[in-house]
Design a protein around this ligand. Sequence first.
Ligand code: PHE
Ligand code: NA
Length: 515
Amino acid sequence: MSANKESWGSRVGLILAMAGNAVGLGNFLRFPVQAVQNGGGAFIIPYLVCFFVMGIPLLFIEWSMGRFGGKYGYHSTPFIVDTMGKSRFWKYIGVFGIWTNIAVAAYYCYIESWTLSYVFHSIIGTFSGLDQDGVSNFFGEYVSLGVSTLGVPYEPIVFYILCLLLNTWILSQGLASGVERVAKIGMPMLILFGAFLAFKGFTITAGENGAINDSSVGLNFLWTPNFDQLWSPTVWLAAAGQIFFTLSVGMGTVQCYASYVRAKDDVALNAMSAGWMNEFVEVVLGSSILIPISIGYLGIDRVTELVQSGGLGLGFRALPYLFYQWGDFLGAFSGVMWFGLLFFAGITSSLAMGTPWIGFLMDEFNWRRKPAAWSFGVVVFVLGMPTVLFFKYGVFDEYDHWAGTVSLVVFALLETILFSWVFGIRKGWQEIISGADIQVPNIYKFIIKFITPILLLWVFLGSLFTPKGNDWSAALSGNWILDNSSIINRLANTSLKKQLAAATDPSQIEFLQDQ
Ligand code: PHE
Ligand code: NA
């Protein structure tokens, strides 16, 4: 029990904070790229199915777990899960819900700091007059820490520190007057900026301003269902992974935010509001900007190629140049909109990643909020520096794989078992519907008990034993060789180790830089 008696200021504030938690860089950078990498229209059906049978159930589970733990004065997963399961085992599992956040925050805040820097560069006109290679090279130089504007060396590190200071400062202001206030400003701005850019994305016409395709080419590519790969487990794994990441489930942040909800208040409708808001932003805004604009100017083949060699760069490498096709003013303006939108999306998510750590220190060690918030900044900085310094050697991907993908699935699987089978679905269901402002469909009782855990198990095993080249049909007919991307092979021989070893060999450095 602790003296931490904070709570949300208002219902609207809570929903916006939760939506801000979910809506993030994942909606605008990760979703479109995952869709393209997995065959465009082939991705969307598995994605929606995963939303209904894993996403929504996990939202119900996590919101009600959080409010339940909050009644006992707990605000972080180790102690929240401890109130639900008798064995000490669960308490240790709950630690996932703190460390995953810290590890994801370490690389997430680095990208967030790029968006801050790119707003600055859009304003001072860095991209005006650069050709496509120029903009792309700027990004390459940036992640090699070579950019220095106004004589400030190591500019990316400076922006990284600035970004962490900003996060820390907001977190130190408290829940209602820090996190909630930022969400109330940031979310409407994000929607506004997104609507403007989506409008531009929707109205691209071949032959105008250098566009080679109408906007419909990109939109059709994403939205025309393609049933060829519907049964490919790889596509399903990618869809499930995106649903986890985008809804922020399996992380501990949702439980943490929900633990500040009052015992008698609704969780069911709140969970749906925040979850659907995320889906709106992802499916409507997220798919109307990056892909239609890039395909409009570069064509499907070129975009697919760019996305295969690491999708993250597309939003930074291509868009600042493409915006200038609309003229100098709109070029700079759209850059500010795009990176400003990404910044608001990012910061409302990274604040969520900081909250479990702070709640833990306040509950268990009676820390005050300010030092707890500052310790978050320091820990993230220390953990994040490897991704900053060794970005081009793949450290970043390694963090994203272990913290941003594997551990989400593991934690989600275990908490679902805890909720449905240890705590018990009867009590669990009661927690979901108590105080509910909507009628939760009864079918979800069945889904949460059976379907969700089975699917989670399947996703987990699938990534543990991914067959070579992702060729499941060969594997299933008896020829099962593990792919390098399978968890087992990655554990045995991490690509990070190889990359860092290669980094000491000068010929390899050039090779890696070319990537
Ligand atoms: N859901 C966020 C996004 O889409 C990422 C996130 C993951 C935020 C985990 C908080 C916790 O970008
Ligand atoms: Na999201």
